[in-house]
Design a protein. Sequence first.
Length: 272
Amino acid sequence: MLREVLQSEPEIGVANGRAKVTPVIQVENLHRIYDLGEVQVHALRSVTMTVYSGEFVAIMGASGSGKTTLMNVLGCLDRATRGRYVLDGQDVSKLSKNELARIRNSKIGFVFQGFNLLPRTSALENVELPLIYSGVSHSERTKRAREALRSVGLEGRGEHHPAQLSGGQQQRVAIARALVTNPSLVVADEPTGNLDSRTSVEIMEILQRLNAERNITILLVTHEPDIARYAKRVVTFRDGKIRRDGMVEDRLDASRVLFDLPAIDEEEAEAG
Ligand SMILES: Nc1ncnc2c1ncn2[C@@H]1O[C@H](COP(=O)(O)OP(=O)(O)OP(=O)(O)O)[C@@H](O)[C@H]1O
Ligand SMILES: [Mg+2]
């Protein structure tokens, strides 16, 4: 399945048939130690990796191997204990919490296993939320949120509250929310963990499309090898260290997989 890569160096100049490959993420000797007073948990141990613009990377590894810890650091939700992190050419290792929050809001979109939507708020308002923090006007917010919902196939569902949507639709709202700020990086931690297999492929189809058409760099945590095969590259962690890093040779095309799957009546799926 994997072709080993050294330092994950792509063919410079031609990534995805596009010119110019720039690193989005450069981490060097990254450590994250959780200090619990009596014990210290060394969750990341000297992680060094580079992710280039337009890559689609699956992060795998056993439970407790440090995947979420890494995503939190790369997503600027948390800071490494030591080591260097350069995001989009900017060293973010030593930024204050406020500065990190600003960068997070402008450059990174998040998708979580549990969707993390506000329950008493419409899909449209959920998607608008990140724009409120960036001070975008109300009319512009609505326009961009509608566009983002359309890009995940949810036009016409903007007024629904999360409870009135299926799990797959809720996750699509979460993806729209992640996209609405035009991030250069989307970080998804087990986005298909709560979804059935067909719905999972639908989510992967959206992520593959965003990656291919808009060149959005995607980092996806998954423990399912079948899901990792939709990515272009797989990095496997064990005990806080990278154990394997390779390109996916037999990559799956989600739209083809969906085409071959037996169709489910959408209304029925929503009701069930
Ligand atoms: N906030 C925290 N405080 C202390 N220890 C933590 C904290 N978060 C994670 N850990 C520990 O750090 C290690 C890595 O945890 P992490 O959540 O990154 O694993 P993971 O690979 O995402 O696992 P899973 O597949 O179960 O989600 C584990 O030993 C975990 O117990
Ligand atoms: Mg985790």
